[in-house]
Ligand binder design. Structure first.
Ligand code: GLN
Length: 606
């Protein structure tokens, strides 16, 4: 990805065009193939982010998983989404070529959304509660904020109400307390259908594997449109990044709309949201598969490879589904360690996925550095050290940023007043659209800003941009925490506090995300640039996993998918958000201080 976007946002300055670029420059001054890659990726992200706007709420409210399991599954899923590109990228480089990989990935992902759609078509889960060890069925009535849960005790229907001291009251119709259940004696649960849970996990597995083939390789083709040294490359990636967010923006509004409705309309059901994601992904595949020869010569099979391994790779990818399935099953069986079991106790209970993520990261970083120290020059080694330091800080950024899909969406559902100027209300999943919207609005402005600063020799270096991003992502959370003081009598804060968080987070994203990949290519020892790119993706994968763990700290008790006490949940979110906000801001400041020695280690790379 670009480290600066050139002097104008879309790189149209005629002087920038190298001779080989002018012959096909017909789309915003860029190779016309970019248009097809833009639409293909926009539709793929339409599917992905539309599904992401639904997933957490779907797990919590349709499958009735506890918050801990919901955010754990979400974190594990997104971690795999960023881990599989390592393998997908490798397969494309060695055997398939980028184009075949993208096509195969697109088919798997389309199937994944269809399977998710099927997983939602029946009674996936029935809520129940264990009260002092005895099981009671739970009935749910009403929709949205009016949803109430009841248990039937000796023929009477009693409403469940959580209290601040974590005890639970069972209330008669007149509001009087029929029974008081001491803290810890009320255990909510859900009985899930084995078939639908199976379909859910299969759908998620198909998506992670498909994404591994699709996502890294479509970006590689974008890179291949430009000759080395073509100054339009960075601007090309900016346009591509706009496509990503344009696709996301629409589906983050539409998929939740179809799934859960808006205002008084209850929507068509979860299936419709996933069906729309599937349709978007299918369009992405069609655009790419039937490109009318537009992409001929790009992303083709590498010269040294033939088709003999293709079938094996396709079969191998499908054979990985049960493996991913087992990883998910292991995640779902996770139980929090006993309080006081310490860090080692925590590590011991970590799901296999967590052990793989942390293990790989902790071996890769020092391992690659030792290799560089032995095999590289002093300067190369120093540049690699700088890269590794920045990769490590990158993990902190995405850990906080990715709360968007999990804890922030649950916060929106539970503790946010979703009214827009009193005119209409949006749903919790739809709040995810703020990020894509701000990126589309701000990316051109940021390009112009970096360009203007660069012309005056003032463009900040990469470590400073990273530091600012970390402070920013922390500040976004602190803004929201500040807003929680102004919550209304129902413990809900105004939607604009959340929008403010997303505005700050999006500006932070523009300082770090488009910068990262290109930085890696520049700092890495050339022989291992692929491995370093993989390490970059690995750092985002680890961050997604840790993001799930952080979101687990923000878990609150739910019955039948609904929180029992909104005051407790508001306090829990505020506490966790404050901690991560402060930690990230401090880490950001540390990085800003470190930017001086880091600059020296980077030997002029900007
Ligand atoms: N929103 C961007 C995308 O989906 C970047 C996300 C990331 O790199 N973590 O491609």
């Amino acid at each position: 990805m670009p480290d600066s976007y050139g002097t104008d946002p879309f790189g149209q300055a005629a002087a920038d065009l190298p001779p080989q670029g002018t012959r096909d420059a017909s789309w915003f001054g860029h190779p016309r193939q970019l248009a097809r890659l833009f639409t293909t990726e926009a539709m793929e992200r339409f599917g992905y982010y539309g599904m992401r706007a639904l997933l957490t709420l779907y797990l919590a409210q349709h499958f009735l998983f506890s918050d801990t399991t919901t955010t754990g599954i979400y974190g594990g899923f997104t971690a795999l989404v960023y881990l599989t590109p390592l393998i997908g990228g490798l397969m494309a480089d060695r055997f398939l070529g980028s184009k075949r990989s993208v096509k195969f990935g697109a088919i798997l992902m389309s199937l994944g959304y269809v399977v998710l759609c099927l997983s939602s078509s029946g009674g996936a889960a029935k809520p129940f509660a264990l009260i002092e060890g005895q099981r009671y069925e739970v009935m749910v009535s009403g929709t949205g904020d009016a949803r109430k849960q009841y248990v039937t005790d000796q023929g009477a229907s009693l409403q469940i109400k959580g209290n601040e001291d974590k005890s639970v009251s069972l209330l008669r119709a007149d509001g009087s307390e029929a029974r008081h259940v001491a803290p810890g004696k009320f255990e909510p649960g859900g009985e899930r259908s084995a078939l639908f849970t199976f379909l859910l996990i299969c759908g998620l597995a198909l998506l992670t594997i498909g994404n591994g083939f699709f996502k890294p390789n479509i970006s590689t083709i974008v890179g291949a449109l430009y000759a080395d040294g073509d100054r339009r490359r960075d601007a090309g990636f900016t346009i591509f990044y706009m496509g990503i967010n344009l696709g996301s923006l629409f589906s983050q509004i539409l998929c939740p709309l179809l799934a859960v409705g808006m205002g008084s309309w209850g929507g068509l059901g979860w299936w419709a949201g996933f069906a729309l994601a599937a349709a978007g992904m299918a369009v992405s595949w069609l655009l790419f598969q039937f490109d009318g020869g537009k992409l001929d010569g790009f992303g083709e099979r590498p010269a040294h490879a033939d088709a003999s391994k293709d079938l094996l790779i396709y079969i191998g990818a499908l054979a990985a589904i049960p493996l991913v399935y087992l990883l998910f099953a292991n995640l779902m069986a996770y139980v929090k360690p006993e309080p006081g079991s310490g860090f080692l106790g925590y590590l011991a209970t970590l799901p296999i996925m967590g052990k793989i993520m942390f293990g790989t990261f902790l071996v890769a970083i020092p391992g690659i550095l030792i290799w560089s120290w032995r095999n590289g020059s002093k300067q190369e080694f120093q540049m690699m050290v700088a890269a590794m330091v920045l990769i490590t800080f990158n993990t902190v950024f995405w850990t906080l940023f990715e709360q968007a899909g999990s804890s922030l969406t649950l916060f929106a559902d539970r503790n946010t007043d979703m009214s827009v100027f009193g005119l209409f209300s949006i749903s919790a999943g739809q709040t995810q659209f703020f990020n894509a919207f701000f990126i589309v609005a701000l990316a051109p402005l940021f390009s112009m800003m970096w360009g203007a600063l660069a012309r005056r020799g003032l463009e900040p270096g990469i470590p400073i941009k990273f530091g600012v991003a970390l402070v920013g992502v922390g500040a976004g959370f602190l803004l929201l925490v500040w807003g929680t003081q102004f919550a209304d009598a129902h413990y809900k804060v105004g939607l604009w506090w959340l929008a403010g968080l997303y505005l700050i987070h999006s500006m932070a994203e523009l300082c770090i995300s488009p910068v990262g990949l290109s930085m890696i290519t520049k700092l890495s020892i050339a022989r291992i640039v692929g491995l370093m790119m993989g390490t970059w993706f690995l750092s985002i994968a680890v961050a997604q996993y840790v993001a799930g763990v952080v979101a687990q700290f923000a878990s609150v008790e739910t019955v039948g998918g609904e929180v029992t006490n909104l005051k407790v949940s508001l306090e829990t979110y505020a506490g966790v958000f404050q901690t991560i906000g402060e930690v990230s801001a401090v880490i950001g400041v540390i990085l800003l201080v470190l930017s001086v020695p880091l600059k020296r280690l980077m030997h002029g790379v900007k």
